[in-house]
Design a protein around this ligand. Structure first.
Ligand code: UDP
Length: 140
């Protein structure tokens, strides 16, 4: 399997509940290494741009409000098959369907406030990393 990079957000609901360390521990235990990491308070423009693919979905407005309500942690994670591995560690979008041991099963509050974002494919990973990080912020 190839060494890959993926993009991750620890969402406001998890940052508010002091879960940054517990969530990063899950990534590290799965062999995902944070190679870039920062805490930011997303602007409305950033949240709307980042989730632009969902702009016509009924949950878009609420999703944007949740993402800008308080700070998040954005990360680049590197590892063997990192994109799929991250999605496995995250668990299903709806925590009610998430497998035992996953981040969303353990920590998510609801389908909207589900604690983490993770890229779903190589193309989106590359775009999402570029959206939040300059090359000189990534230390592989
Ligand atoms: N979302 C929501 N309601 C839904 C589907 C999605 O509030 O019915 C939110 C949720 O926070 C999710 C995000 O929109 O994480 C992006 O949705 P996507 O389907 O891309 O899920 P993900 O890739 O985050 O698992």
């Amino acid at each position: 399997m190839a060494l890959e990079r993926t993009f991750s957000i620890i969402k406001p609901d998890a940052v508010r509940r002091n879960l940054i360390g517990k969530i990063i521990a899950k990534f590290e235990e799965a062999g995902l290494r944070p190679i870039a990491l920062k805490k930011i308070h997303m602007t409305r423009a950033q949240a709307e741009g980042f989730y632009g693919v969902h702009k016509d979905r009924p949950f878009f407005g609420e999703l944007v409000e949740q993402m800008i309500a308080s700070p998040v942690v954005v990360q680049v994670l590197e590892g063997e098959g990192a994109i799929l591995k991250n999605r496995e560690v995250m668990g299903a979008t709806n925590p009610a369907n998430a497998a035992d041991g996953t981040i969303r099963k353990e920590f998510a509050l609801s389908i909207g406030e589900n604690s983490v974002h993770g890229s779903d494919a190589p193309e989106t990973a590359a775009e999402e990393i570029k959206f939040f990080f300059n090359d000189d912020e990534i230390v592989g």
